[in-house]
Ligand binder design. Structure first.
Ligand code: HEM
Length: 171
């Protein structure tokens, strides 16, 4: 038994040397065989920017409402499309489904926007929870939960902060 182990380990060393030896006989380190899926780099992220206008009907139509696109708060059935969904349950029942009026009212009921925010809309709960990108391309904010590499661009965020500064009317 010991004899065979000695044989197999020397065989192993031989194989390794062969694997590393290039045609010229120099020993070069083997290329990495293990290729774990690298996390997506910021470059691969997706900017959320659709349409224009800073009225609530524009913002709901293009960004937060049921657009079926990244940025929607009801993209899949684990979000905020109805009170039964896990996102809604975990956010004090912030629901933003098929009713534009109800979505706006829920933003108010869950204190994601309030009167004080008019003076400093960038500090509103809604604005701070949305994923945006820092100048160094890292992210801040956690929503939309999916897709993880999508972020609201400064243009999209400006529409939302302007709407809040204007007193977040149901316009
Ligand atoms: C872009 C519009 C969205 C807004 C404004 C929003 C808002 C929020 C808020 C305020 C919370 C509570 C965060 C906290 O307690 O710190 C939350 C949690 C959560 N949301 Fe959203 N959300 C959005 C999109 C989404 C989407 C698209 C999904 C599903 C893919 C989702 C799924 C969840 C889940 C599962 C939680 C529970 C906490 C967690 O697992 O991270 N949300 N959301």
């Amino acid at each position: 038994m010991r004899g065979t182990w000695a044989l197999s380990s020397s065989a192993l060393v031989a194989v390794t040397i062969v694997a590393c030896a290039t045609a010229g006989g120099e020993i070069t380190p083997g290329t990495e065989r293990f290729d774990a899926a690298l996390p997506p780099t910021p470059e691969s992220s997706c900017p959320i920017e659709e349409g224009s206008g800073d009225k609530w009907s524009d913002i709901y139509r293009d960004l937060l409402g049921p657009t079926g696109k990244p940025g929607s708060c009801s993209l899949v059935k684990t979000c905020h499309g109805s009170a039964e969904e896990s996102g809604a349950k975990a956010s004090n029942f912030f629901v933003c489904g098929t009713s534009k009026d109800d979505c706006r009212q829920k933003l108010i009921d869950t204190n994601l926007i309030n009167e004080d925010d008019k003076a400093a809309p960038e500090k509103a709960g809604l604005v701070t929870v949305l994923r945006t990108r820092n100048p160094d391309k890292t992210f801040k904010g956690i929503m939309p939960k999916e897709p993880k590499d999508c972020f609201f661009t400064p243009t999209s965020l400006n529409r939302i902060t302007t709407w809040i500064k204007n007193g977040f009317p149901n316009d």
